[in-house]
Ligand binder design. Structure first.
Ligand code: SAM
Length: 199
């Protein structure tokens, strides 16, 4: 399937103009290459925003199916429009709900966590049962725009300090996880790639 470059460009402009956080160019290039290299076919995404990463992942192969969850109505409605424009309605299922409330059936070979950063542990714990045997969980924003490497006192906003603490807590959770092994990629805003430990 050929990429609709006009659509991709217009989604990036919309995101910029409306302050919608979408994956960085570097991050999405890595993610889509990862999907192709690992023959990823079934994807669960937590955090659709306007459908940008869902659409680009679906473009990696005609057999890719994406289920994606968004709790913000305006973004969800925008994602519906974009998925229609991309002619991917039959391969991208958009769910309007809080990912912590919705029940998702089935198994996925990639679970992409890109929603409220403070909830990452909860998303991971809730959705690991939906991961196929050799599946991968990828989490974005592990660097949190460079704030992770800053001293706490250098971060002025209390909210941001709390979020940074939460991301560090998530990293400790991944590092000490008995079931999963995680590697970190210094790509885009920082990716964590978690796979089940063997044996
Ligand atoms: N993956 C998108 C992309 O790169 O095109 C970007 C997603 S954006 C970083 C995160 C989105 O997650 C926001 O639109 C936010 O409304 C949504 N979100 C945050 N917490 C959520 C939750 N608990 N359930 C569903 N969506 C959530």
């Amino acid at each position: 399937m050929t990429i609709n470059n006009e659509l991709v460009k217009s989604m990036k402009i919309y995101a910029e103009e409306n302050n919608v956080p979408i994956m960085s160019d570097e991050g999405i290039s890595y993610l889509t290459a990862f999907c192709m290299k690992n023959h990823i076919k079934n994807i669960l995404e937590i955090g659709t925003a306007i459908g940008y990463s869902s659409i680009l992942m679906a473009y990696t192969d005609d057999k890719v199916n994406v289920t994606t969850i968004e709790r913000d109505e305006k973004r969800y409605l925008e994602a519906i429009k974009n998925v229609k424009r991309a002619k991917l309605e039959d391969r991208i299922e958009l769910i309007y709900n809080d990912a912590l409330d919705v029940k998702i059936e089935g198994e996925f070979d990639l679970i992409f966590i890109d929603a409220a950063k403070a909830q990452n542990i909860k998303f991971f714990e809730k959705y690991k049962k939906n991961l196929s045997k050799n599946g991968v969980i990828i989490t974005d924003n592990m660097k949190f725009h460079g704030l992770i490497d800053k001293k706490e006192e250098e971060i002025e906003s209390r909210n941001l300090r709390q979020l940074v603490r939460k991301i560090k807590e998530y990293k400790r959770y991944l590092d000490n996880n008995k079931e999963f092994e995680t590697i970190y990629k210094n790509i885009g805003d920082g990716l964590a790639i978690s796979i089940r430990k063997r044996g």
